[in-house]
Design a protein around this ligand. Structure first.
Ligand code: SF4
Length: 363
């Protein structure tokens, strides 16, 4: 019996982050996609087999990522098929409780938003790392300066409107805005971004700048801690803590004046992902599978350390081979990179190691 598999630290498997492409239409400096698709991309059927195997092992939440997943032409077909693995409300046993998508929003037309919703997408998180043209251009790696940034900002605001019109309700946590904040680069955008999210009525999720990959020039001094983000925003709009849910990545907050995503259940007004300053490895339940079928158990995995699922997905492979391989991978797992980074700093030792790139791992 493999359902409810646990790792070496007794952490259950709960989330599958499935990357559909390593390509992206932007070049954000904290991620820096190289524009290359790995060879041997999984087919729709192979991806469904991976999802089904993960669900059989306890996965409840499917997060579709990239690169930019809207570049994947089979996205809606995959969501429709995955929705058939949904667990009925109030039912026990295995099955998906939610299907979510993370996108930069630049390609989200009204038609695409409706198609995603109709296919069965439950949640949509869009990315925006600034509220001015200059800042957006710098954080998205756009040539063309402020004008290009203004154009992207307008597209993301349109995407929010399209998503809302398609039925993604921010008050129920179905539509959120992600922003990576880097000290000295876009931390002057904190209040403007909070203001923009309040005006839009969506939850803003602020993410600490992380040492993902090997080429984003990360250094500790460039991290603006989640605590400082909350302090700066709370000084302008007082905040009340809602806590970090079990297995969640973000500490959640509510504006005392009622601004933000508003009441309705399921959502918060502001959330902060403190992966560097307050690691949450202790209850991390996320499995990552790349667009070419390599499974990783940590965002900070070393290149080449993943498990190649393709032999288990080949025609004629034994039916249980994939599920058993994933179960064994998870049982062996002891990852706690962010905790180790923090311990290394405390002892004055460098925590340097090579990481697989974020655009490849799916964030
Ligand atoms: S560092 Fe790895 S184990 Fe820790 S929370 Fe991040 S993905 Fe999970």
């Amino acid at each position: 019996m493999t359902a409810g598999v646990r790792d070496q630290r007794e952490r259950p498997l709960g989330v599958l982050r499935l990357s559909l492409t390593a390509r992206c239409n932007l070049a954000c400096p904290y991620c820096l996609p190289d524009g290359q698709e790995p060879p041997g991309l999984l087919s729709l059927e192979q991806r469904l087999a991976v999802i089904a195997a993960a669900v059989a092992l306890g996965v409840r939440s499917l997060r579709l990522t990239g690169g930019e997943p809207l570049l994947h032409p089979g996205l809606e077909a995959l969501i429709s098929a995955a929705a058939r693995l949904r667990r009925p409300p109030d039912a026990t046993g295995t099955g998906l409780d939610e299907i979510a998508l993370t996108s930069n929003g630049a390609l989200l037309s009204a038609e695409r938003a409706r198609a995603l919703r109709a296919a069965g997408l439950d949640r949509l998180t869009l990315s925006l790392d600034g509220a001015s043209g200059q800042a957006v251009a710098a954080m998205a790696g756009l040539a063309g300066g402020a004008a290009a940034g203004e154009a992207l900002l307008a597209k993301v605001l349109d995407a929010i409107a399209h998503a809302r019109a398609a039925g993604f309700d921010p008050a129920r946590g179905q539509l959120k805005l992600n922003a990576v904040i880097q000290r000295g680069r876009n931390d002057d955008q904190l209040l403007p971004l909070a203001d923009l999210a309040r005006q839009q009525g969506v939850e803003l999720r602020l993410i600490e700048f992380m040492d993902v990959g090997n080429r984003n020039g990360w250094r500790p001094e460039a991290v603006l801690s989640a605590a400082e983000m909350v302090e700066r925003i709370g000084a302008r709009w007082p905040l009340e803590p809602l806590g970090r849910p079990a297995h969640g990545t973000a500490g959640r907050w509510r504006y005392r004046d009622g601004g933000g995503a508003g009441p309705g259940g399921g959502g918060a007004d502001l959330a902060v992902v403190a992966s560097v300053s307050e690691p949450f490895c202790g209850d991390c339940n996320r499995l990552r599978v790349t667009a070419d079928g390599i499974a990783y158990t940590c965002l900070f995995a070393t290149p080449g350390s993943g498990l190649d699922l393709r032999p288990r997905l080949a025609p004629g492979a034994p039916t249980d081979a994939l599920r058993e391989a994933l179960a064994n991978l998870w049982r062996r797992r002891s990852d706690r990179w962010s905790e180790e980074r923090q311990a290394a700093w405390a002892s004055g030792a460098p925590a340097a190691t090579r990481h697989a790139e974020m655009a490849y791992l799916g964030g």
